[in-house]
Design a protein around this ligand. Sequence first.
Ligand SMILES: *[C@@H]1O[C@H](CO)[C@@H](O)[C@H](O)[C@H]1NC(C)=O
Ligand SMILES: *[C@@H]1O[C@H](CO)[C@@H](O)[C@H](O)[C@H]1NC(C)=O
Ligand SMILES: *[C@@H]1O[C@H](CO)[C@@H](O)[C@H](O)[C@H]1NC(C)=O
Ligand SMILES: *[C@@H]1O[C@H](CO)[C@@H](O)[C@H](O)[C@H]1NC(C)=O
Ligand SMILES: *[C@@H]1O[C@H](CO)[C@@H](O)[C@H](O)[C@H]1NC(C)=O
Ligand SMILES: *[C@@H]1O[C@H](CO)[C@@H](O)[C@H](O)[C@H]1NC(C)=O
Ligand SMILES: *[C@@H]1O[C@H](CO)[C@@H](O)[C@H](O)[C@H]1NC(C)=O
Ligand SMILES: *[C@@H]1O[C@H](CO)[C@@H](O)[C@H](O)[C@H]1NC(C)=O
Ligand SMILES: *[C@@H]1O[C@H](CO)[C@@H](O)[C@H](O)[C@H]1NC(C)=O
Length: 382
Amino acid sequence: MNHQRYNDYYLVNDEDMGEDTDSIEFMPRQKCCTLKKCLIISAISFVSLAVLAFIVVFVIFPLVFQNSLSLQQDLVFTRWGLETNSTVFQILRFPEYKNYYVPVKDLATNETLKLGLWHILPFDLAKAAIYNDTYDYEDALKNSNYSVLLYFHGTGEDRSDNLRKYQFFRTFFHVIVFDYRGYGDSQAGTMLEKNIVNDCRQIYQWLQEKTSALLFVWGHSLGTSLAVSTLSQLGQEANTTGLILEAAFTSFAEELYHHPYVKYFRWLPWFKQTIVNPLRKNGFLFETSKHILNVTCPILFLHAIDDAVVPYFMSKQLYNISMQRNVDEEVKNNTQLVLFDKRLNLRHYFIYQDSYTIFYFYNFMRHFTGFPVSTNESSHQS
Ligand SMILES: *[C@@H]1O[C@H](CO)[C@@H](O)[C@H](O)[C@H]1NC(C)=O
Ligand SMILES: *[C@@H]1O[C@H](CO)[C@@H](O)[C@H](O)[C@H]1NC(C)=O
Ligand SMILES: *[C@@H]1O[C@H](CO)[C@@H](O)[C@H](O)[C@H]1NC(C)=O
Ligand SMILES: *[C@@H]1O[C@H](CO)[C@@H](O)[C@H](O)[C@H]1NC(C)=O
Ligand SMILES: *[C@@H]1O[C@H](CO)[C@@H](O)[C@H](O)[C@H]1NC(C)=O
Ligand SMILES: *[C@@H]1O[C@H](CO)[C@@H](O)[C@H](O)[C@H]1NC(C)=O
Ligand SMILES: *[C@@H]1O[C@H](CO)[C@@H](O)[C@H](O)[C@H]1NC(C)=O
Ligand SMILES: *[C@@H]1O[C@H](CO)[C@@H](O)[C@H](O)[C@H]1NC(C)=O
Ligand SMILES: *[C@@H]1O[C@H](CO)[C@@H](O)[C@H](O)[C@H]1NC(C)=O
């Protein structure tokens, strides 16, 4: 036992090991070799993984995308992680709004889809409504001194996602926000641009019947295109007083070359064939630059120069096109483009948070008769 323990001690601690040195020297050499092998194997696996990833991302994905309408629909009308529980839309902790479900008729099938919609009261009216359980929202909307704003949200959002923005809007307006088919707790249906524009047109007409107040429309991102197409289709019937387009793009095909995710694909020789053309073929056009010619009201373009999702030159182009519309000089005079300095850091989503936005907005609004916000406005209520 003693002897055994001594040997153990000897093997572990004696630096002068005599003949055993060879084996000691041998050890690091073997380590070196395994390290080299390891490195080579890792390098090979890394390179093959990279090649595999490259093939999956830049070859297989575009090919699948080209042939899969449902993938195109999911990536254009993104809805991941959005709230879908109706109860949440009905009882959200947001002051003084009313939840509706508005029926619209599907273009192809004549089926009725119910779309979720909120009516948010202007601040001054909300003050009266907050302590009144029987407050009549429909009556408030019907003959209001406040104008009404219809908001078209962007993709990847639902109507519960822009609560702070609504607080900005309700300084001026009754705010109407709704979810496109398949978004939020709106009923699902075939996700095609023409179907959604058709739904939007019916929402607009529903709203026209609910109020005699002036109608304004505000679109953000993809919502700018849906708003413009909707008004273009309605033509004179829309009778919109003013249109506000925040981060608008000229057409989907052009936007694809600049979108932060899609732009990594644009150098591919097969980009056009596998991504741009299939979307066009399936009717995802969003050709704002064409439809805007049919919009007859003044337009306010808002765009942050540091917007990385939609480049601001697109709003400049749309402004230019809208100045060539066949409309009264007054409408053109009231059409404006406001670009926000990149130092303000407003990017794609936060223009409404800039403290000057309210003044640009006021400046746009003051041209229209019936603009209700004034120092004596509150005397109308109570
Ligand atoms: C929906 O939300 C309500 C309120 O938060 C909750 O009580 C209910 O369980 C939810 N329903 C579903 C199906 O998740
Ligand atoms: C939808 O209704 C219209 C008239 O309301 C009718 O002309 C058309 O054939 C219907 N389409 C389908 C697919 O049922
Ligand atoms: C509550 O609102 C209803 C309908 O708008 C109105 O008739 C009623 O007078 C209001 N009640 C109070 C206490 O203000
Ligand atoms: C709207 O304003 C007018 C005065 O400009 C006032 O007589 C009327 O009562 C107001 N209507 C409402 C619903 O507040
Ligand atoms: C332009 O508006 C008219 C109605 O004023 C409508 O008939 C026409 O279809 C619209 N054009 C487009 C491209 O939507
Ligand atoms: C359009 O709006 C004006 C006010 O801007 C109003 O006088 C006119 O009646 C409206 N026309 C229609 C068809 O709603
Ligand atoms: C529109 O663009 C053309 C040429 O690019 C330019 O000459 C014209 O001044 C622009 N118009 C406006 C209103 O910016
Ligand atoms: C439009 O603006 C121009 C230049 O500012 C001005 O001369 C003209 O009177 C305006 N026209 C209308 C209808 O307001
Ligand atoms: C607002 O007040 C001013 C002066 O007190 C008055 O001249 C004006 O008519 C009022 N406007 C409205 C819409 O009541």
